[in-house]
Design a protein around this ligand. Structure first.
Ligand SMILES: *Cc1c(COP(=O)(O)O)cnc(C)c1O
Length: 353
């Protein structure tokens, strides 16, 4: 490490992203990307864009994109914030709503970035352990110590909570901000908290185009909430990077937003493949948590998650395992195309019968 590194930076434990191997030699089921291309409207909109316009800065207000997102979800643009991936939206929310030393609550295990950001911004992390069956115990959220972020459906478990349960948390903690990270909500059934936004001023819903919209490479995340919450995020953005959404992303994501039929089509395909794959894995003796996402969290008796990962990697199939003590036996398998999943099932059948 550089001798110029500050003490704070030296003490951080950064997030580890999933591998992004070069070339096409792997079946890549490790970062929950969508196996299908984005909406054809994206390609069309980008083709119509003239690259000479890249000389200009992007629209700092992302006007068209926020209008499109607003009309998609039924809000005015001042209730919509956009960020460079939902990771940035979460970072801005942590900067906007916490002071150094404040308590932040989140389920454990959940998305690995929550503790990383807590650390980065000097917060007092209060992880709330999942129940024995890996679901979120709603009674553990009756009187929260601080503002809270909950992934729903949760990652890496894939388990979703009913909207009514989140509503209970909102009601029981009127003075705490509840941020619901809905990265996978388009693969779930009717659990989104967007319809609650008008009723609960302590609710911020966060979403991403990386999974269900097939635009991980474009980096677009968003937050929906009341005007005051959105204005708070804008304050941070204009104190950090006013041009956080590049021009190509504004165009691509704006076009993708308008193609709801395509979203329904590809998420439907992923869900069908997911359920079929879960069945096949269970037939082989795997434990598979009930998934409302585009991945499966699975374990096999007598094998660790690391061993599963290594076994598949040797067969050119990439999945993910985590070193969290609660989930050492599990591997997280993103849902690919039917053909990719068949190859994965076949590879497992050779060694896991
Ligand atoms: C993938 C993921 C994100 C981050 O998505 P980006 O928009 O690509 O930054 C956020 N939260 C959860 C739970 C995720 O799985």
């Amino acid at each position: 490490m550089s001798r110029f590194l500050g003490k704070n930076a030296a003490a951080l434990e950064p997030y580890t992203p999933g591998e992004q191997p070069r070339g096409q030699t792997f079946i890549k089921l490790n970062t929950n990307e969508c196996p299908y291309p984005p909406s054809p409207m994206v390609e069309k909109a980008l083709a119509e864009f003239e690259s000479k316009n890249f000389r200009l800065y992007p629209d700092p207000e992302a006007t068209v994109l926020r209008q499109n997102l607003g009309s998609h979800f039924g809000f005015t643009p001042d209730c919509v914030f956009v960020g460079n991936g939902s990771d940035e939206v979460i970072a801005f929310a942590f900067m906007a709503f916490f002071d150094r030393g404040d308590k932040v609550c989140f389920p454990d295990p959940s998305y690995g970035f929550y503790p990383v950001y807590a650390d980065l911004y000097g917060l007092d992390a209060r992880p709330v352990p999942l129940r024995e069956d890996f679901s979120i115990g709603i009674n553990d959220y009756n009187k929260l110590d601080g503002h809270t972020i909950i992934a729903n459906p949760n990652a890496p478990t894939g388990i979703a909570m009913a909207r009514e349960q989140i509503e209970k948390i909102l009601q029981n903690n009127p003075d705490k901000l509840i941020m619901v990270d809905e990265a996978y909500v388009d693969f779930a059934e009717e659990v989104t908290c967007v319809p609650l936004i008008d009723q609960y001023e302590n609710l911020l819903v966060i979403g991403t185009f990386s999974k269900s919209r097939s635009l991980a490479g474009m980096r677009l995340g968003y937050a929906l909430g009341n005007r005051e919450l959105i204005a708070a995020l804008e304050r941070i953005k204009y104190s950090f990077n006013p041009y956080n959404i590049n021009t190509a992303t504004q165009i691509a994501a704006g076009a993708a937003t308008m193609d709801n039929a395509y979203l329904i089509k590809i998420t439907g395909m992923v869900k069908t493949t997911r359920d079929r794959t879960a069945l096949a894995l269970r037939e082989m003796g795997f434990t598979v948590l009930p998934s409302s996402t585009n991945f499966l969290f699975a374990s096999h008796p007598g094998k660790s998650g690391k061993e599963l990962y290594t076994y598949l990697r040797e067969r050119r199939i990439l999945v993910r395992h985590f070193s969290h003590p609660r989930t050492l036996e599990f591997a997280r398998i993103s849902i690919g195309t039917d053909q990719e999943m068949d190859l994965m099932i076949k590879a497992l059948q050779e060694g896991f019968r």
